[in-house]
Design a protein around this ligand. Structure first.
Ligand SMILES: Nc1ncnc2c1ncn2[C@@H]1O[C@H](COP(=O)(O)OP(=O)(O)OP(=O)(O)O)[C@@H](O)[C@H]1O
Length: 215
C-alpha cells in the first residue's frame, strides 16, 4: 500500500527520521514512541505536508508526481488541532468536504456521530480542546481516502466520543480504509484489529509485535 524508500526527514540539519525501506500493508498500524521521537514528523511527511528526501508511493501514486491524487487518498488528523479562531466547525468541515469531494450525507453523519452540532456555528476560538479535537476528527474522516492517519486521536475527548472514534475506525476499516495511528494510551488492542505495532526510536521505525484482537 504505502512504500517508503530512502526516506530522510531533517529540520535544519537535525535528522529526525530515516527509513531506508518500509512497506505499510493494508490494515491498522499503531506507531508508538517517546515524546519527540518523530511520530508526528513521520505522519506529516506521509500526509504530503512536509518536504523530505526519498520516495513515498501510495497504491503506486508518487507523493510528488501524483500529488493531488495522493492527497485525495490520504487524510490526516493532527494531534493538537489549531485553527484560525474566527472559523467555525461548519466553515472548516465545508471547506475540507469540498476539497476531499465528500458527499453531504457523509458530512451530516460525521457531525452527528462526533456530536459537533451544538457548536457547529460557533467560532473555533471559543472551543474547548475536546471540541477542537472532535472537529479535527470529523475533517480526518471526510471524503473517500485509502488511508487515514490519526495522531493521538483519543486525547482530550470524553469517554463516549472515544467509543465513537473506535466505531468510526472499525466501520471505515471494514470498507477497506487503512489507518496509521499514534497513541500513548495502551488500550487500543481491545478495541481495534491492530495489525502491526511500530516503534519509532533513534530516528528509525521498526515493527515490534503483532497483537491479538479481542473484540
Ligand atoms: N517544525 C519543526 N522545526 C524543528 N524541529 C521540529 C519541528 N517539529 C518537530 N521538531 C523536532 O523533531 C523531533 C520529533 O518531533 P515530533 O513532533 O515528530 O515527535 P513526536 O514523536 O510526535 O512527539 P510527541 O509524542 O511528543 O508528540 C523533536 O526533536 C522536535 O523537537
Amino acid at each position: 500500500m504505502i512504500v517508503i524508500k530512502n526516506l530522510k526527514k531533517s529540520y535544519g540539519g537535525h535528522l529526525v527520521i530515516q527509513v531506508p525501506d518500509l512497506v505499510l500493508t493494508e490494515g491498522i498500524h499503531w506507531f508508538k514512541g517517546a515524546n519527540g521521537s518523530g511520530k508526528t514528523t513521520f505522519f506529516r511527511t506521509l500526509a504530503g505536508m512536509l518536504p523530505f528526501e526519498g520516495e513515498i508511493t501510495l497504491g503506486g501514486m508518487d507523493i510528488r508526481r501524483a500529488h493531488t491524487a495522493y492527497r485525495l487518498s490520504i487524510n490526516y488528523g493532527e494531534a493538537e488541532p489549531d485553527y484560525p479562531e474566527f472559523l467555525t466547525a461548519n466553515d472548516l468541515i465545508q471547506f475540507v468536504a469540498t476539497a476531499k469531494q465528500a458527499k453531504a450525507e457523509q458530512v451530516d453523519q460525521l457531525i452527528d456521530t462526533l456530536g459537533i452540532e451544538p457548536f457547529l456555528y460557533q467560532p473555533s476560538g471559543t472551543y474547548s480542546s475536546g471540541m477542537l479535537k472532535k472537529t479535527s476528527l470529523a475533517l480526518a474522516f471526510l471524503g473517500n481516502p485509502k488511508v487515514i492517519i490519526l495522531d493521538e486521536p483519543l486525547i482530550t475527548i470524553d469517554d463516549s466520543t472515544v467509543l465513537k472514534v473506535y466505531e468510526l475506525v472499525r466501520d471505515y476499516h471494514a470498507q477497506g480504509v487503512s489507518f496509521l495511528l499514534s497513541s500513548h494510551q495502551d488500550f487500543m488492542f481491545e478495541k481495534l484489529p491492530i495489525q502491526t505495532v511500530f516503534r519509532v526510536k533513534n530516528q528509525s521505525i521498526h515493527a515490534e509485535s503483532i497483537p491479538t484482537y479481542r473484540p
